[in-house]
Each structure stands twice: as structure tokens, then as C-alpha cells.
Design a protein around this ligand. Structure first.
Ligand SMILES: Cc1cc2nc3c(=O)[nH]c(=O)nc-3n(C[C@H](O)[C@H](O)[C@H](O)COP(=O)(O)OP(=O)(O)OC[C@H]3O[C@@H](n4cnc5c(N)ncnc54)[C@H](O)[C@@H]3O)c2cc1C
Length: 503
């Protein structure tokens, strides 16, 4: 895995002459690239299409002047094992902001659906085991084995999009259960009534069991374990502190409102067409690091790319995601016994999170009413903003009728990431792919085109996480640091400017 450059090389200043680098995109990948390159002595500027930095790290603040509680409309949690992300948190002085993130099923009073209606997590085990057992052939399993199967199935159902779950459901198969049946599982019973199952601890202690999981299930397991882990963290004041602090440390300009609309790779330079207000400028750059999602890149005018590169740019699959947050008068769920974590609501809503109400109580609290991914998010996106908010309110009111009280909802904020023009998707999806194919795709996504380099979560071995975006950024900075241009290459910065001006 990539290590931050200073840590790895123990040096300051560029290996050769300082290079001039333009970074496209001020998301976490772009900002880490800029930060690391500057530490190595290179000159960097960042061009960002939107008016904001942070990309898919997006903290929305409610209330006048943003003084109220906030909702994480993009990334909201960090598995504590994400070493690079935790490194930058420490580096940026944010360690005191690190708090526990309470996840799905972590609260006994949260809900999940069954064929007979919503169940509290603390009471769900009997129904889950009955429903899970009903789908199994005759063979009898030990009680703990059934508890394992039932909670694994429930976790997959809560995390995977509906269609994906339907395909995976049958994969918790007899071979896997036969194996698990021979293991003493008593230590993994968890929860106040010991009627839940600690999947995280079990798979950590028994890695060999993973090889008995059918391939599709095995590839999805990391996400299930990450998302239901008890060692996930958040940044107390909002995840946007990460890109903000990074941007403040970058010395070169971070220019917002600059949309790159075309990239032309030549032997001696990379030419960017940049839209700025009503006009477009052409800018000739020595080195460029492109961190925009391939969904956006493939809509640009691209020239000088080789065919394999164009194929990966056009072929990489992304999934959409939607998040809808309600600004509530009060954290009504606390009166219902829920102190945090998340319910699996099902339906169109999918997941509902109860972020801690840590601010001034007079300013209300935020409920992350709905978080949907993949085809489920597509369905919500298609409805349009108004209808999607109504559908979420209607469905969620069955579980939380308090939402219907007069004046309970003070405001709504949401984002359909598949529609945001600078993202056109939430994240690259490589679930279901074999490891070798996944790695081949990653390498191709990250492969430079002469002076044009690539970073972003889609170029990493940890797609769909901040960790992946950072890993790819460090790799790109490293590649530029050591890149030796061909002797014939004449750099744009060594020539008089041919462009229409600064971006
Ligand atoms: C809903 C959601 C939930 C998530 N949850 C988590 C989580 O809990 N934990 C976690 O670790 N990760 C999570 N992720 C993933 C994480 O947010 C991303 O992997 C990471 O932020 C991606 O960073 P990036 O720099 O690669 O891309 P981006 O953040 O997308 O940055 C790309 C930047 O390029 C800009 N740009 C686009 N087009 C142009 C253009 N033409 N010209 C100039 N600039 C352009 C964009 O505006 C953006 O600022 C989540 C993502 C989403 C969408």
C-alpha cells in the first residue's frame, strides 16, 4: 500500500528540478496530490469545476448561516484500519475530532424489517433465525450456526442494494454452514442479550472461512465487515474538515469555478481547455494529475489518449447513491429508546442513521433519513427531488410516526450523486469481480498518458473509500516525482506562454 511520501523517502525537496503540476479536481485525491507534491518541492495549482472543494466529502450545515446541525451527504465514516486516512487526520491536527461512529445494528433499539413488520434489533434474532432456517434444506445446524447465518444474511440485506442481495442471499450455502458448524461460536454471541453475532471478530479469527464463501459473497464481505464494524470513526465537527484543512495547507492556488472540458495529450505538453464563467481558455501544462471521476472524464473532449486508456475511461462502472437528511425540531428517536447507530428501514429508504445531537438543542437535530446505493438509488433519483423526499417521508413515517407531527421537520437536504454534474456517480464498483481482474482494471485506470497522470478512488485498490482516493494520490505524486521525461520533451513552462491566460 502507498505510504505518504515523506514517511517513505525521508526527504524534502524534489528529486530533480521542481516540476510544474496542474491538478484537476479539489476532492480529497486532488488535495492530497497537491499537498504531497508541494512537500517534495514542486509547484502546484488545483483547478476545480464547482464552487466548493471536497468533492464527495460533503457536509451540509442546516440553520441560518449554517449554525445548526449538519448532515454528511457524502462520506461519513472511516474504518479505523484505514491507515492512510488516519495518518492525514493526525497530520492535519484533527485527532481530537475523532469519535466513534455508531453503525447499523449497533443500537439494540434500532429497527429492521421482517415479514411481520419492524422488529427492534434486540428482539430480532428469533424471527431472523426462523426466516433464515426456512430457506435451508433439511439438515439441522447448531443454534449458533443459525445465528451466524441469520445475522450475516441480515447484514448483507441491509448493505447491498435489493437486486444484489437477491443474488447473494442464496450464496450463504450449505458448504459454508457445514464448515462453520464445526467451530465453537459461543465467544461471538454479542449484544446485551447475547442474541446477536459479531461477524467482524469471527472473520478476523477465522480467515480460512472466507475461502469457503462463494466468490461473489467473498468479494462483498469486506464491505459488510467494514460497515458493521465496531471500530469505525467520524470527525465530530464534520468530515469536511479534512479537505478544508488540506486546502489551507496547499500553498499554490486552489481555483474554484474552473471546469476542465477537454484534455489534449501531446509529446511536449498536456493542453487543458478550461471553462471559466462565460469563456474558455486553453492552458498548456507540463504535468497534469486528473482526479475527476471517469463518468465525468468520458464526457470531455479527449485527444492523444491511447485506445486501451479510452476503453477503461469509458468502461469503468459506477454506482449512484442518494442521501436525504431531515433537519428535525428534536432528536425524537431518543424518546423511542434509540441513542444512535442506524436502522435498516428497507423499501426505497434503505438505511436510516441517527447521528449524535451534539450541538445546541435549540437548533434541532439531524436524521439521515435515507441512504441508498446502486439500483435503489437509481429508483429514487428518477423520482425527482420533491417526489423522492415525499416517498422517503411516507415510508419512514411507518417506523417513525413522530415525523408527521406539526413542525417536526424544519428542513430537508439531499443529494443524488448520480446526477451531480461533477460526479455522475457515487463510486466505482468492483464488487463481483475476481481479484486479478480488479487489479488489472485498477492499474489501467491509473496508467499515465505521457505527462497526464491519474488519481482518484477509481484508481485505487480501495475504491469507494476516502482511503482509496488518498492511496491513489500518493501513488500519483510518487510517479511524478520519479518521472523522467524523454530528453526531447520540451516543457510548456520553459516556453513563452501560448495560452489565453491563467485558468
Ligand atoms: C454518498 C457517499 C457516501 C460515501 N461514504 C463514504 C464513507 O463513509 N467513508 C469513506 O471513506 N468514503 C465514502 N465515500 C467515498 C468517498 O467519498 C470517495 O471515495 C472520495 O471522497 C473520492 O475522492 P476523489 O478525490 O477520488 O473524488 P471526488 O471527491 O469526486 O473529487 C473529484 C473532484 O473533481 C471535481 N471535478 C469534476 N469534474 C471536473 C472538471 N471537469 N473540471 C474540474 N474539476 C472537476 C469535482 O467537483 C470534485 O471536487 C462515499 C461516497 C459517497 C458519494
Amino acid at each position: 500500500m502507498a505510504a505518504p511520501l515523506q514517511e517513505m523517502d525521508g526527504q524534502d525537496g524534489a528529486v530533480g528540478e521542481p516540476k510544474k503540476v496542474t491538478v484537476i479536481g479539489a476532492g480529497i485525491a486532488g488535495l492530497v496530490t497537491a499537498y504531497e507534491l508541494e512537500r517534495l518541492g514542486h509547484d502546484v495549482e488545483v483547478v476545480e469545476a464547482s464552487q466548493e472543494i471536497g468533492g464527495r466529502i460533503r457536509t451540509h450545515r442546516f440553520g441560518p448561516g449554517g449554525a445548526g446541525p449538519f448532515a454528511e451527504l457524502g462520506a461519513m465514516r472511516i474504518p479505523a484500519g484505514h491507515r492512510l486516512t488516519m495518518h492525514y487526520i493526525a497530520e492535519l491536527g484533527l485527532q481530537n475530532q475523532v469519535h466513534e461512529f455508531r453503525t447499523l445494528f449497533s443500537d439494540d433499539a434500532a429497527y429492521l424489517p421482517s415479514s411481520s413488520g419492524y422488529l427492534r434489533v434486540r428482539d430480532a434474532h428469533k424471527t431472523l433465525v426462523e426466516e433464515f432456517s426456512a430457506g435451508l434444506p433439511e439438515r439441522r445446524y447448531r443454534e449458533n450456526t443459525l445465528l451466524f447465518g441469520a445475522w450475516l444474511d441480515a447484514s448483507i440485506r441491509a448493505i447491498a442494494p435489493r437486486r444484489f442481495y437477491e443474488a447473494l442471499h442464496d450464496e450463504i450455502d450449505v458448504e459454508l454452514l457445514n464448515l462453520v458448524d464445526h467451530i465453537d461460536l459461543s465467544a461471538y454471541r454479542s449484544g446485551t442479550a447475547a442474541n446477536r453475532f459479531d461477524l467482524h471478530a469471527f472473520f478476523a479469527d477465522h480467515p480460512q472461512v472466507r475461502s469457503f464463501c462463494p466468490p461473489r459473497l467473498e468479494r462483498f464481505l469486506d464491505d459488510v465487515l467494514d460497515e458493521t464494524s465496531s471500530t469505525i470513526v467520524r470527525l465530530r465537527g464534520g468530515m469536511d474538515a479534512l479537505p478544508r484543512r488540506l486546502a489551507a495547507r496547499v500553498r499554490g492556488p486552489v481555483l474554484t469555478g474552473r471546469e476542465v472540458v477537454g484534455i489534449d495529450v501531446r509529446d511536449d505538453a498536456v493542453r487543458l481547455r478550461i471553462r471559466q464563467g462565460a469563456g474558455t481558455v486553453v492552458r498548456s501544462c507540463d504535468y497534469v494529475v486528473c482526479t475527476v471521476p471517469f463518468t465525468v472524464l468520458r464526457r470531455m473532449r479527449l485527444t492523444g489518449f491511447d485506445q486501451d486508456k479510452l476503453d477503461i475511461v469509458h468502461g469503468t462502472k459506477y454506482w449512484p447513491a442518494t442521501k436525504i437528511a431531515f433537519h428535525c425540531r428534536e432528536p425524537f428517536w431518543e424518546k423511542d429508546g434509540i441513542s444512535g447507530g442506524a436502522s435498516f428501514t428497507g423499501g426505497h429508504v434503505r438505511q436510516t442513521y441517527y447521528p449524535p445531537a451534539e450541538g445546541d438543542p435549540a437548533l434541532g437535530a439531524v436524521l439521515l433519513a435515507s441512504y441508498a446505493i446502486g439500483p435503489d438509488a437509481d429508483e429514487l433519483s428518477r423520482l425527482g427531488e420533491r417526489e423522492r423526499n415525499e416517498v422517503v417521508l411516507r415510508e419512514l413515517s411507518v417506523m417513525h410516526p413522530e415525523l408527521r407531527q406539526d413542525g417536526m421537520i424544519l428542513g430537508v437536504a439531499g443529494l443524488a450523486w448520480g446526477e451531480r454534474p461533477w460526479s455522475l456517480g457515487a463510486a466505482t464498483v468492483r464488487w463481483g469481480q475476481e481479484a486479478a481482474l480488479r487489479e488489472a482494471e485498477r492499474r489501467e485506470a491509473a496508467r499515465p498518458q505521457r505527462g497526464l497522470f491519474f488519481a482518484g478512488e477509481h484508481c485505487s485498490a480501495k475504491p469507494a473509500w476516502i482511503e482509496g482516493a488518498i492511496e491513489s494520490a500518493i501513488d500519483a505524486a510518487h510517479e511524478i516525482e520519479w518521472y523522467e521525461p524523454r530528453a526531447s520533451r520540451v516543457f510548456a513552462s520553459a516556453r513563452p506562454s501560448r495560452t489565453g491566460g491563467a485558468a
